[in-house]
Design a protein. Structure first.
Length: 375
């Protein structure tokens, strides 16, 4: 088989006809627009494959040690794809506003919001329906509004909607034990895995040691601040640092949500204890790959957030703050998703709560987290 047959070059080159399916009737700008978005959908296809592979590795209890390196490679590949995808917006920006307006009316009814694969990525990562933002600007959108946007122009189900519904079944909970269903999103499975971190003395006892260390650090910071800023009242300084410490206590104990059940709080504590433990003793050899998984996950989500932000700036530069072609709120919607769609919230939040190395409670049996060579 030759090159052009292997990657179906002729098929690919025949897919840029736009609405008329006649490429000769399109301007270079419109062909550019079509090509860039087709490339994005191909990148999304690769991201979904890597996300599914990583998710499936963590859908095991216990997760094999070797699986962590494979998962990190998938997550870092996704990061690289999003970083590469950011550069495509630069190609879009070679169009002027007038260039784009020359064919924009051809797109009315169509919107990037209708990318079923991007919605699949969000589902697979673990974005909850309750966290979704209305693409039309409504304050209280229906929970399934994003699915409605994937229906045909006459309201009938589409291939895009069928694709999304298959993905919903894929991420739905499955029975993992006689007592509870196991969820299938990457976030849920990572949370379960992190909660199983073997913490010396147990999760709750470890968190109380960390909280005590936070209090000691608070007292020390107050004394330093008063010494260096004598013009500021000591009680004002203490109030500020104590507020930060109280937040740390509430978060680590899973008490920031007063409506949460005891079971939900216990799960939060287990996850947060695992995260703080991994970050606090990151030099210990047996914690190296788990920490790499956490770092790779944050890096992946960061690259997606930056991609969303870059998308918003490209749209604003080319068309300003017009209503989107599919009736969306345009740049406003893109900005809100970039700001609000944080799926791995705990992984980011613990950065606020970590202690400096010298303040971390010492391990009583550090040898348990190091490699050993048998005599």
């Amino acid at each position: 088989m030759n090159y052009w047959e292997y990657i179906h070059v002729e098929d690919l080159l025949g897919l840029q006809g736009g609405v008329t399916d006649d490429e000769s009737s399109l301007s270079n700008d419109e062909v550019l627009f079509v090509v860039v978005h087709q490339v994005y959908e191909l990148w999304f296809k690769l991201i979904l494959r890597e996300l599914t592979a990583a998710r499936d590795l963590f859908d095991q209890a216990p997760v094999p040690d070797q699986a962590m390196a494979t998962a990190v490679r998938s997550l870092r590949r996704i990061t690289t794809i999003f970083e590469q995808a950011q550069q495509h917006f630069r190609v879009m920006e070679t169009m002027t506003t007038r260039d784009y307006l020359g064919f924009r009316d051809n797109l009315l009814g169509a919107s990037g919001f209708q990318s079923a694969q991007l919605r699949e990525i969000e589902l697979l990562l673990g974005l909850e329906d309750s966290a979704r933002i209305s693409f039309g600007g409504e304050k209280t959108p229906p929970a399934d509004a994003y699915k409605t946007a994937l229906r045909g122009m006459d309201g009938t189900p589409s291939i895009a909607l069928e694709r999304l519904e298959r993905r919903q079944k894929d991420v739905a909970p499955r029975d993992g034990s006689p007592s509870f269903p196991r969820p299938r999103t990457l976030k849920a499975l990572l949370d379960e895995w992190i909660a199983r971190t073997p913490i010396e003395g147990g999760a709750d006892a470890f968190l109380e040691r960390v909280i005590a260390a936070h209090r000691a650090e608070c007292d020390a910071r107050v004394e330093i601040a008063v010494e260096r800023m004598p013009h500021v009242a000591k009680d004002v300084v203490r109030q500020r640092f104590e507020a930060e410490t109280k937040f740390a206590e509430a978060f680590l104990r899973g008490e920031e949500d007063e409506t949460a059940t005891p079971e939900a709080r216990a799960k939060k504590r287990a996850v947060r204890a695992g995260l703080v433990f991994l970050e606090s003793y990151r030099e210990e050899p047996r914690l190296t790959w788990p920490r790499e998984v956490v770092d790779a996950t944050i890096e992946m989500e960061q690259s997606m957030i930056v991609w969303r932000q870059r998308h918003a700036r490209m749209v604003e530069r080319v068309i300003g703050r017009r209503v989107g072609t599919g009736g969306s709120a345009g740049v406003e919607y893109l900005d809100r998703t970039a700001l609000s769609y944080r799926i791995f919230g705990d992984l980011w939040a613990v950065r606020t709560l970590l202690l400096r190395k010298d303040a971390v409670p010492p391990l009583e049996m550090p040898s348990e987290y190091r490699f050993r060579v048998e005599d």
